[in-house]
Design a protein around this ligand. Structure first.
Ligand code: ADP
Ligand code: MG
Length: 153
């Protein structure tokens, strides 16, 4: 199955979706996280990391662009590209190498680095639905489709 639509009535539902994703993501996967400021992208990453046992603070790496979490024997890179503008910086920082078979990459504002980022396995879009949110998850690879299938069971 290629897509999944979910209603997230409150913050805990977003945290819980992050936890459910944590259980199905595998090293080597890339997930795009889209949606306006305040949509819940970082909240979802927080839920994902907490479910893996991370106890510290999780905030958007708006100025540093990326944060590495080594948790539950995973290398998890959390990008926030909201302020990203310079393709030269992409090359110089070596961001390309962060997307490898041993890491999971979660990318907020992927559209800011269009053409530089690898294709995602999964793309998650969050939008407003009343007081809550709506999540649309789309798979772009076989690995992504397996994740969606697991989420549906
Ligand atoms: P983003 O990273 O997309 O800019 P944040 O996760 O930093 O957004 O902030 C999202 C805000 O919306 C937080 O205040 C959070 O508590 C709230 N929120 C997250 N998910 C939901 C939801 N499903 N329903 C209502 N509020 C939510
Ligand atoms: Mg954010």
């Amino acid at each position: 199955d290629d897509s999944l639509s979910l209603t997230l009535p409150d913050e805990s539902a977003t945290l819980n979706l992050g936890a459910r994703l944590a259980a199905v993501l595998r090293p080597g996967m890339t997930v795009y996280l889209s949606g306006d400021l305040g949509a819940g992208k970082t909240t979802l990453v927080r839920g994902l990391l907490r479910s893996l046992g991370f106890r510290g603070r999780v905030k958007s790496p708006t100025y540093t662009l990326v944060e590495l979490y080594e948790v539950s024997s995973l290398n998890l890179y959390h990008f926030d590209l909201y302020r990203f503008a310079d393709p030269v910086e992409w090359a110089e920082a070596g961001f390309r190498e962060y997307f490898n078979a041993g890491s999971i990459c979660l990318v907020e504002w992927p559209e800011k680095a269009a053409g530089l980022l690898p294709e995602p396995d999964l793309a998650l879009r969050l939008s407003w639905a009343g007081e809550g949110r709506q999540a649309e998850l789309v798979a772009y690879t076989e690995a992504g489709r397996r994740c969606i299938a697991s989420l549906k069971t």
